[in-house]
Design a protein around this ligand. Structure first.
Ligand code: HEC
Ligand code: HEC
Ligand code: HEC
Ligand code: HEC
Ligand code: HEC
Length: 195
């Protein structure tokens, strides 16, 4: 009995230690994400505080597979004047003058063998937030996607990550439940997502 409890106690500590490690490392990776972007763009300011519509910037979402990232011209339209003296905004001016796109770092990415399209989801009224989390509250958008041990453990431990991990199970579960609830025709056959 005594040894058993001690063993459980020890593995408890080990588990706790491991979860702590996960917590710390997931924080570290969001800090990394912050410094990865070429300009410190904040959704919290634009979509939260100033309530700009998601599709004002991500204009392709309703008409094509990709949602699209806004051009320098779109930023310039406001920032020619707005906050023009701030250091991060001056960087926009540099890209504009050089006529170069801003090299934003991609966050959400499915493996190449999966087909996904925004158009059909947006038209079926699935909210951006259902898949990407409360982006309007994020200073930095970050995500941990795909199947890996860390994601599985974070889910098991009930510490939900910032946004869904974009696994196959997640796609298929929603398709099934939307079809049941709303009579949509979200595909369940392999070829619809893998072709
Ligand atoms: C003023 C323009 C603007 C608005 C408004 C805006 N975004 Fe963005 N969004 C960007 C820019 C620029 C990036 C690239 C930099 C970054 O990742 O933060 C981005 C990145 C993203 C990404 C990550 C893309 C990737 O690389 O995978 C998601 C998801 C996203 N936005 C969703 C939203 C949602 C949801 C809203 C509305 C709540 C929204 N955005 C409103 C400009 C905007
Ligand atoms: C059904 C889930 C779902 C919904 C709804 C959704 N997205 Fe996405 N989004 C994804 C997935 C999955 C990816 C990665 C796609 C890939 O790698 O092919 C992605 C990628 C992105 C990207 C980066 C690549 C790109 O497509 O340009 C942006 C920006 C983005 N989403 C913004 C939005 C915005 C804004 C909305 C709402 C108008 C939205 N998303 C709605 C699942 C969704
Ligand atoms: C519709 C107008 C509008 C558009 C379009 C827009 N912004 Fe902004 N942006 C604002 C406003 C308003 C603020 C807040 C200014 C302030 O607090 O003084 C802001 C703040 C910022 C800041 C923070 C400045 C600071 O240090 O406090 C950055 C960086 C920024 N925007 C980058 C961008 C980028 C990059 C784009 C294009 C992807 C963009 N903005 C598009 C209106 C806009
Ligand atoms: C929150 C719910 C939800 C999630 C999550 C979701 N989908 Fe869907 N999906 C839908 C709905 C609803 C439809 C549209 C059905 C309709 O129009 O009748 C759809 C349609 C589709 C279609 C058909 C598009 C076309 O043009 O034929 C594909 C492919 C698809 N989804 C792939 C995916 C993939 C891949 C993922 C995961 C990365 C995913 N979906 C995640 C709800 C979802
Ligand atoms: C609604 C979209 C969707 C449907 C339907 C779907 N898949 Fe997937 N599948 C995905 C996504 C997204 C991934 C990548 C993320 C992941 O690995 O979970 C994936 C990954 C996979 C992988 C790689 C998994 C791994 O462990 O690396 C295989 C194999 C696969 N799918 C087979 C199938 C088969 C077989 C079917 C039909 C029974 C099917 N898929 C139906 C979306 C889908």
């Amino acid at each position: 009995m005594g040894t058993a409890t001690r063993v459980i106690g020890l593995s408890g500590y080990a588990l706790f230690g491991f979860l702590f490690f996960l917590l710390v490392s997931s924080h570290l990776s969001s800090v990394e994400a912050a410094s990865n972007q070429p300009i410190a763009f904040s959704h919290q300011i634009h979509a939260g505080q100033y309530k700009m519509d998601c599709q004002y910037c991500h204009v392709d979402a309703r008409r094509s597979p990709a949602a699209g990232i806004p051009s320098v011209a779109r930023c310039w339209g406001c920032h020619k004047i707005t906050a023009a003296d701030k250091p991060e905004v001056k960087k926009i001016h540099e890209y504009w003058n050089k006529k170069e796109p801003i090299p934003w770092v991609r966050i959400y990415k499915l493996p190449g063998y999966v087909y996904f399209t925004h158009k059909r989801h947006v038209r079926a009224d699935v909210k951006c937030q259902t898949c990407h989390g409360q982006v309007e509250t994020m200073t930095v958008v970050s995500a941990s996607t795909g199947r890996n041990l860390t994601n599985d453990l974070i889910n098991l431990a009930g510490m939900s990550p910032a946004a869904p991990p974009l696994t196959m199970g997640w796609c298929v579960d929603c398709h099934r439940s939307e079809n049941d609830k709303r009579g949509t025709k979200a595909p369940l056959d392999c070829a619809a997502c893998h072709h």
